[in-house]
Design a protein around this ligand. Sequence first.
Ligand code: FES
Length: 150
Amino acid sequence: MTTESFTPHAQRARTITEQHLGDRGPLMPVLRDLMEEFGHISRDDVATVADVLNLSVAEVHGVVSFYHDFRTTPPPAHTIALCRAEACQSVGGEQVFAETVAAHEGRDDVEVREVFCLGNCALGPSGMLDGRLHGRLDADRIAALTGDWR
Ligand code: FES
């Protein structure tokens, strides 16, 4: 196939993958780079990676689907990642998570997801709001911090 037949996205995915051809164990670095470039790894990206790295689509898909941090769809505008590990659980993290999920139900511009320990255990419940770490979270504080997300 000639490169002229690729979309700009597909060509970029191919270029990113080819940059790792000399690496030992290139799959994970390629997938991380695709996530950084596109915010997700599409089905077409999986096929491109498989083609360039001479792997099966099933092998690449298996790795993409195994790791929670690899997305297969474009990310929403905002992300709330709340810690559900033990230290945060012990100070109400489960309730904060449940209340936050309920507060954002039906919004396709906000994703609420779980993470397990952000290294901020002493200030739990902890979470990342659009990639920024916050401690001592509760539903009211999250609402205040995300109030301008509408
Ligand atoms: S357990 Fe929540 S930040 Fe460590």
